[in-house]
Design a protein around this ligand. Structure first.
Ligand SMILES: NC(=O)c1ccc[n+]([C@@H]2O[C@H](COP(=O)([O-])OP(=O)(O)OC[C@H]3O[C@@H](n4cnc5c(N)ncnc54)[C@H](OP(=O)(O)O)[C@@H]3O)[C@@H](O)[C@H]2O)c1
Length: 248
């Protein structure tokens, strides 16, 4: 896996999986455009990356309409993009009876619509390098169910479905589109999950991972594989990275 000379935009790069993905892209020789809302956390991530020059671009992805124009501006300022990873996302763990329309609106915007708008921006002529690789962060919750995850599952399943059609639509533009579906990896998001369930429930979730909970680098390795030419003949797939969670 080699990403030398490649520029990769990573959303959610200030934390958890996005941060780990940015770190590995940099280790593999790539230049990273780090995106999330908090510039301080983004800068802390950037400062720890190998190589460079990496770029911090603080942006709120909750308004997808503005994303394609913003990406064009990024390409004008920083040069063409070779890869795009949409790792920014929110987890809403709530029973169906407590979900509101605004919970749905926000989660769909950040997890799904922003992903589509990022891809729309990326595919514009002059924005990508004439070819490229897009990777969406789905979840095993997009493949199998869990009480309390109705909304989150809907958003993550949408990414899996969107990936297939987008891969077919963008193949003629030499853009590959894939998804990675992790099970639980300890990050800020899974700490949030841990807070929202009882210790017994979290122990049960942990026990559902035959190889134990994952590490950030387990997911970053899969994403880097899909970004690099190692996956040049792979498009439209969802690569499950779950320590055996969905094998049961
Ligand atoms: N961790 C797991 O166990 C796990 C398992 C399966 C799938 N996933 C998926 O993997 C992805 C990353 O998860 P994670 O664990 O790394 O989560 P995390 O630690 O909570 O990080 C989420 C990232 O998204 C950014 N973000 C949130 N809202 C945003 C917005 N409106 N605009 C721009 N950026 C925003 C956050 O930065 P700011 O707050 O600064 O904006 C942060 O960088 C998510 O899509 C998640 O669904 C995670």
């Amino acid at each position: 896996m080699d990403l030398s000379g490649r520029t990769v935009l990573v959303t959610g790069a200030s934390s958890g999986l996005g941060r780990g993905i940015a770190d590995l892209v940099a280790q593999l020789g790539g230049r990273v455009i780090l995106v999330a809302r908090d510039p301080v956390r983004l800068e802390a991530t950037r400062a720890a990356l190998a190589g460079g020059p990496h770029v911090v671009e603080a942006f709120d992805l909750s308004n997808p309409d503005g994303i394609p124009v913003w990406i064009r501006e990024l390409a004008t300022r920083h040069g063409v993009l070779h890869g795009l990873v949409h790792s920014a996302g929110i987890l809403t763990t709530k029973p169906l009876r407590m979900q509101s329309a605004s919970d749905w609106e926000l989660a769909m915007r950040i997890n799904v619509s922003a992903g589509a708008a990022l891809a729309k921006g990326f595919r514009q002529r002059g924005v990508n390098a004439g070819a490229g690789s897009i990777v969406f962060l789905s979840s095993v919750m997009g493949l199998v169910g869990q009480p309390g995850q109705v909304l989150y599952s809907a958003t993550k399943g949408a990414l899996v479905a969107m990936t297939r059609s987008m891969a077919l639509e963008l193949a003629r533009e030499a853009i590959r589109v894939n998804c990675v579906a992790p099970a639980v990896v300890m990050t800020g998001m899974s700490e949030e999950l841990q807070k929202n369930v009882s210790p017994e429930q979290f122990a049960q979730i942990t026990a559902q991972h035959p190889l134990g909970l994952g590490r950030v680098e387990d997911v970053a390795n899969a994403v880097a594989f899909l970004l690099a030419d190692s996956a040049r003949w792979i498009t439209g797939i969802t690569l499950t990275v779950d320590g055996g969670y969905t094998a049961q």
